[in-house]
Design a protein around this ligand. Structure first.
Ligand SMILES: [Zn+2]
Length: 475
């Protein structure tokens, strides 16, 4: 209890980084808490409203504000303020900053237009994001997004129940060099902004915290976290990697799927559905769950197969669980929007897969295990659509002009606003706003009106508050 009491007094903090690299990609976490030995280690517990539960220990808490402050709300206000760290040693020219700023805001508008059920509450809200630029010629990293979440859980604090979401966009200035076109930058920034917006809208599953009390994963599989971003930024390069790496990686692992040494790419006329299926057998979707392995095989499964799987899942959902092989970008968007919105309502990812595929897949595991045949067939058709473009759902998939989509004038009332003068922008929410909403992979959470999803039967899943406090109770 002593430990918990200290815990309740701290300002909670969770940090997280997602990035996209050029060429081969990988993904890294930043500041993910390991264990809870340090009192400043985090919980996003209090943001879920209610008392601090066991967290107050022997301290007599002052009355908590009424939970009804948020109940029934269908939207909330966000106050973006300067982050804590002014940006020093600026290397970017003002014109470059302007381009990045426009791309951030226009990518956000497009994402809201195409995924309205999930993101329309952000329309015109000016969600703030800061900028860090690094100059790393030796790094393949093109850009990354970092998010820090804080919540104040001290009962005596006047900020009691208040939550903040801090965001940073990191751009490797090497990616602004002449060898990289504005299209590539537009693609990368769109990818990162999708991450940023999902951090806001599907916070519980995006941040996760390992597992709940019963060991069920909270965080989404990485193929979903990256696949949904690649869907937005475009994934042709990742699909190419699946195809031409499959024979060599198969051989390295003792496989005999590819008797000849022919390594095919998207545009090769010899490419067949059979080849695609064999490649997807080498890079199984399930291998893309992990975030902590950065070998080629895992990375390709996360980004490349994740991308194909998200496209397939979106169109499957839009078609009520019956596979449909006539690739249609509007259906992919609508299906994925339905899926993400279901999770934002507090359903688990497992619930959402089962409900929206009409039971075709019982849960996430089954989707990974049983989708190979349909996914290969769908992917072969999908590849024909992305042959000549970036493969972005912000376009018709086949367009290679990403810059036109996002390099436009600033929207009059931006939904997301980059402030290049600060490394972080701090977005503050009213007390008791349920910011850290949505479900995890196997765990239900809250909608942002503070309620469990409809149809959740007793016994209710454990409060996310309790799940997230769990690490503090173990040593
Ligand atoms: Zn990413």
């Amino acid at each position: 209890m002593k430990k918990l009491r200290r815990f309740a007094k701290t300002i909670a903090f969770v940090g997280f980084v997602l990035m996209v690299l050029w060429g081969i990609s990988s993904c890294k976490f930043g500041n993910e808490p390991k264990g809870q030995k340090n009192g400043t280690n985090s919980s996003i517990s209090s943001a879920f409203g209610g008392s601090t539960g066991g967290g107050t220990g022997g301290t007599a808490p002052s009355p908590a504000p009424s939970k009804t402050d948020y109940t029934g709300k269908t939207e909330y206000d966000i106050t973006a303020a300067n982050g804590r760290i002014p940006r020093s040693n600026k290397k970017l020219a003002a014109a470059q900053e302007e381009v990045i700023k426009k791309m951030v805001s226009n990518a956000a508008e497009k994402i809201i237009d195409f995924y309205p059920l999930t993101f329309k509450h952000l329309k015109g809200k000016g969600l703030g994001i800061g900028l860090v630029d690094s100059d790393s010629p030796g790094s393949l990293e093109g850009a990354s997004v970092r998010v820090n979440t804080t919540s104040h859980s001290h009962p005596q604090s006047e900020k009691y129940g208040k939550a903040e979401l801090e965001m940073t966009l990191n751009v490797n200035t090497v990616s602004l060099g002449s060898h990289n076109s504005k299209n590539a930058l537009a693609s990368t920034i769109s990818h990162e902004i999708m991450h940023a917006m999902m951090f806001e809208s599907l916070t519980a599953g995006m941040l996760g915290r390992g597992a709940d009390l019963e060991g069920r994963p909270m965080i989404f599989p990485f193929w979903f976290i990256e696949g949904t971003a690649v869907i937005v930024g475009g994934g042709k390069k990742f699909v190419n990697r699946i195809l031409y790496s499959a024979p060599s990686i198969d051989r390295e692992n003792g496989g005999t799927n590819f008797p000849t040494n022919q390594e095919l790419r998207i545009t090769d006329s010899e490419l067949t559905e059979d080849y695609v299926k064999k490649a997807l057998t080498v890079f199984r979707l399930k291998a893309g769950r992990l975030s902590n392995i950065h070998d080629d095989k895992t990375t390709i499964a996360v980004y490349g197969v994740g991308y194909l799987a998200c496209a397939y899942l979106g169109q499957l959902i839009e078609n009520n669980g019956t596979p449909n092989y006539v690739i249609d970008v509007t259906k992919i968007r609508r299906g994925l929007d339905l899926f993400m919105a279901e999770i934002a309502k507090g359903y688990s990812m497992d619930d959402a897969i089962k409900r929206l595929t009409r039971g075709k897949y019982e849960n996430t595991d089954k989707f990974e295990d049983e989708s190979l045949d349909d996914l290969a067939k769908y992917s072969y058709k999908f590849i024909q659509e992305i042959k000549h473009g970036f493969g972005s759902t912000l376009t018709d998939l086949g367009s290679n002009d990403m810059a036109t989509v996002v390099n436009q004038n600033m929207p009059a009332q931006p939904s997301m606003l980059l402030n290049p003068d600060y490394t972080r922008m701090k977005n503050s929410y009213s007390p008791w706003t349920v910011v850290f909403k949505g479900g995890g992979e196997k765990v239900r959470g809250y909608a942002f009106n503070g309620q469990y999803p409809k149809g959740a039967q007793p016994p209710y899943p454990p409060l996310l508050r309790d799940i997230l406090l769990k690490p503090a109770e173990t040593e």
